[in-house]
Design a protein around this ligand. Structure first.
Ligand SMILES: [Zn+2]
Ligand SMILES: [Zn+2]
Length: 365
């Protein structure tokens, strides 16, 4: 089969690799129907995630069809359409028993495209299949559920739930990339009083309005702290969500939050940030960090099925799966292409060449 293989910092290729096989009785093999690229994949390619060994297939977000199951898999059958999430769960460790799958110590957690081969491929081996994939209802398209593989539960759990967003709150989201926009989208489930989006790019702020922000601030031109204090009678935001992952935006969130407010960090940080305890100690501020656990994926899937949540606007560009390299170029140049998520689409299984049919067609001709 073909797959997108990481060959060390700055190097990747779409190339022939061996087909994945069942290795453990709890594994399944899935044909990838739709996949997408994540900001984390770009971090890996920069060399920021050294645990990823050269030779690893990248990708941790996909929808596919089960083609083979191990002998211990009991809840999945060949032909089932499934969402394959960025987080795998062994189902048995103490963290999995508390639904904290992101911290799984039994071989799960974030493993795809990280510690094992990932999902930007024609096929993938899925460990702990029974406890790690989600069956996709027939009436939903791949694109409707694909972003449940990472950005939606990440923004919802680590931003909205950790930030304890409530009715009437002023919620400030710093960073209006895909994760920030998903935070805006899922914060609206709680009827906040006002959602404020802060970014340096006007194009992203325009997208933030489309995703449900009420106020935008370009902090390259305006003093974000002054504007937020003006909007909140001098108090600050009830909730500040960090969705960038650099020290400046984390420190900005700490400056924006009101006494007794909450800061939720969603960004992936590579450098230390300063925690101004000399200002914060007296302000009763709660700060939370986290990796997604995906315990809310079934709830988000239900909201999508009921038409209460529509994640399809994240899909700004589409490429055939075998043009994954071009998709990476478009995604990496988001400042120019305005890409949010690029969808990699495999040829529909029904149309894929089956050797027997090809022979028939030739015979018929
Ligand atoms: Zn991701
Ligand atoms: Zn576990």
């Amino acid at each position: 089969m073909k797959a997108l293989v990481y060959h060390g910092p700055g190097q990747k290729n779409w190339e022939d690799v061996p087909d994945p096989k069942i290795q453990e009785p709890t594994d399944a093999v899935v044909r990838i129907d739709s996949a997408t690229i994540c900001g984390t994949d770009l971090h890996i390619l920069k060399g920021d995630v050294p645990e990823v060994k050269p030779g690893t297939i990248l990708g941790h977000e996909a929808v596919g069809t089960v083609v083979e199951t191990g002998s211990a898999v009991t809840t999945l059958e060949v032909g089932d359409r499934v969402l394959i999430s960025c987080i795998t769960s062994c189902g048995r460790c103490s963290f999995c028993k508390e639904q904290r799958y992101g911290l799984c110590t039994g071989g799960g957690g974030w493993i795809f495209g990280h510690l094992i081969d990932g999902l930007q491929a024609e096929y993938a081996r899925v460990p702990f299949a029974d406890t790690s994939v989600y069956r996709v209802p027939d009436e939903l398209t791949d694109e409707q559920v694909l972003f449940l593989a990472d950005i939606l539960p990440t923004a919802y759990e680590v931003g909205v739930l950790n930030g304890d967003v409530g009715p009437g709150d002023t919620v400030v989201v710093v960073g209006a990339g895909p994760i920030g926009l998903a935070t805006i989208m899922t914060a609206r489930l709680y009827t906040p009083g006002r959602i404020v989006a802060i970014d340096l790019a006007d194009s992203r702020l325009a997208q933030a309005i489309e995703f449900g922000a009420d106020v935008t601030i370009n902090n390259g031109r305006e003093d974000a702290v002054a504007r937020v204090f003006e909007l909140t009678d001098g108090l600050g935001a009830d909730v500040a969500v960090e969705a960038v992952g650099v020290p400046e935006t984390f420190e900005l969130c700490a400056d924006l939050v009101r006494p007794g407010g909450r800061v939720a960090n969603v960004g992936v940080h590579g450098h230390p940030a300063t925690l101004h305890l000399e200002k914060l100690w007296i302000r009763d501020v709660t700060m939370k960090t986290g990796l997604v656990d995906t315990f809310t994926t079934p709830r988000l899937l239900k909201l999508i099925a009921e038409g209460r949540l529509d994640a399809t606007p994240f899909a700004t560009h589409r490429f055939p799966l075998d043009e994954t390299l071009s998709a990476y170029d478009t995604f990496a140049a988001a400042a120019e292409t305005h890409a949010l998520k690029v969808v990699l689409e495999a040829e529909p299984a029904a149309h894929a060449a089956v050797p027997g049919e090809e022979a028939l067609a030739v015979a018929g001709a």
